[in-house]
Every structure is written in structure tokens, then in C-alpha cells.
Ligand binder design. Structure first.
Ligand SMILES: [Zn+2]
Length: 249
């Protein structure tokens, strides 16, 4: 199903949810009014109150149904839509070519930042800028990750594909890195998972700006968590490795 068709459905479900919410509120108020009159001995029978309550249960169930249908359509739209992308060029990050060319891409690594989570594009831009300075200060010539992904699924394309980076000690020839900001115990959000999957499926296509485009399919070579490469003294990417492994399958 196309995104356009799904958007039509979304609009219809939004209207339905609104209508059913109004109906739920009206039925709730009517039920309370009947209960009030019943207790006041104002000519309302127990059966009338029970019938109103039963009706309220039904109205609520149908509201829940509509809300679930709306959530599902929105999920389908998100899954089909390209994630929001920001690039190091847009942020004005300047890289130094200290280690030469990347060489043919033959391996990938999953990372976290061992730092705070990053909720959205604005914060991701700030994180990329600060990591860029941090990595520059380590003598690495700039941001070490080719891609960083925020909690809302925004993808930040960092280190250009041509440059050999420094994300995985002594193993950077032909290496590309994905980093989901966060630390020990953090797992990916659903949106992050969707964006990592989208990247793995589309990184080599024209949907990704040329300086950041993978020369071949991301699923065609091996991926490991940072610490799984030989002689790495790091816990990176913590339990996010479980998420990465699911996505690399
Ligand atoms: Zn790492």
C-alpha cells in the first residue's frame, strides 16, 4: 500500500477517533446523570442505569478499536516513509583527512556514545557537533561515525564515506559505523530500529546524499558490535547490541 493511500486512511481514522471520543464523553455524562437521578430517587430504574453502563462499555471498546487502527496506520506510514536526514555538510562540520581513504567497505560496527540519549533532529545536530569536536580533540580528524540516529529516528550522516575514520581502534580500513546515542542499559526506540533498518536497506541508493552513500549494499558485509572487534577495550554498544543484531539479520 502506498503512503498516499495510508494518509487517506489516517485522515479518516482521525475523524472517527474524534467522533467516538465525543460519543464516549456524552455517554459517560449521560450515565453519570442517570446514576445521580437514580440515587436521588428521581424516577430512574436500576435497569436504566445498567443499560447506560453497558452502552458506555461498548462505546469505549469502539473508541479503543479506532485508536488502535489509527496507531497502526501511523506505524505503517512511518515504516514506509524515508526518515528525516541531516548531514555533516548542513551542520558545517569540516573533516581532516588524517588516515587516508576508507578503502573498499568490508565491515560495519554498531555503537552507542556512552552518553546521553538524543531525542530529535535538533538535539542530534548538537550531539554531532559536540562529538565532532570531541573526536577532533582526540586527533581523529572529526566525527568518527558515518551515521548517528536519534530516538525519533532522525538520521545524522556524519563522516563522509570516502574518509577512513577512527571509530574502532586499528580496524578502520573499510569500516562504516552506526551510532545510536545512549549508554549502558539503553535500548533502541522503535523509531531508531526503523531508521537503522531503513539505512541498511537504502544506504547504497540515491535516497542517501552522494558523499554519504555506501558503495554497496549494507547487508552484503559483516556487522559487529564495537567491542566484538579484536582487542577493543570498550563495552560499546552495551545491550543495544541485541537491537543491532536483530536488524543485521
Ligand atoms: Zn563504539
Amino acid at each position: 500500500m502506498s503512503v498516499a493511500t495510508l494518509k487517506v486512511r489516517e485522515t479518516a481514522w482521525v475523524a472517527t477517533v474524534r467522533r467516538r471520543r465525543r460519543r464516549e464523553r456524552a455517554q459517560r455524562e449521560a450515565t453519570m446523570e442517570l446514576q445521580r437521578r437514580f440515587h436521588a430517587g428521581a424516577g430512574v430504574t436500576h435497569e436504566q442505569v445498567d443499560a447506560a453502563k453497558a452502552e458506555l462499555v461498548q462505546v469505549r471498546a469502539s473508541l479503543k478499536e479506532a485508536e488502535a487502527a489509527l496507531a497502526k496506520v501511523r506505524q505503517q506510514i512511518a515504516a514506509l516513509s524515508a526518515p528525516k536526514i541531516i548531514t555533516s555538510e548542513q551542520l558545517g562540520l569540516k573533516f581532516q583527512d588524517l588516515f587516508g581513504g576508507k578503502g573498499a567497505v568490508v565491515r560495519g560496527a554498531g555503537h552507542y556514545t556512552a552518553g546521553r540519549r538524543v531525542p530529535n533532529a535538533k538535539e542530534l545536530a548538537a550531539e554531532m557537533r559536540s562529538d565532532h569536536s570531541f573526536h577532533m580533540g582526540k586527533g581523529w580528524g572529526g566525527l568518527a561515525y558515518e551515521a548517528m540516529i536519534a530516538d525519533d529516528g532522525t538520521i545524522g550522516l556524519g563522516n563522509p564515506m570516502s574518509r577512513k575514520s577512527a571509530a574502532v581502534d586499528s580496524t578502520n580500513t573499510g569500516m562504516v559505523s552506526i551510532c545510536c546515542p545512549g549508554t549502558t542499559g539503553d535500548r533502541m526506540t522503535d523509531a531508531q530500529r526503523r531508521s537503522v533498518r531503513w539505512l541498511l536497506d537504502n544506504w547504497h541508493t540515491a535516497k542517501v546524499p552522494r558523499p554519504h552513500r555506501l558503495p554497496k549494499k549494507a547487508r552484503g558485509f559483516g556487522w559487529l558490535g564495537h567491542h566484538e572487534y579484536p582487542s577493543q577495550s570498550t563495552a560499546c554498544p552495551g545491550v543495544m547490541l541485541k537491537d543491532y543484531r536483530e536488524l543485521w539479520k
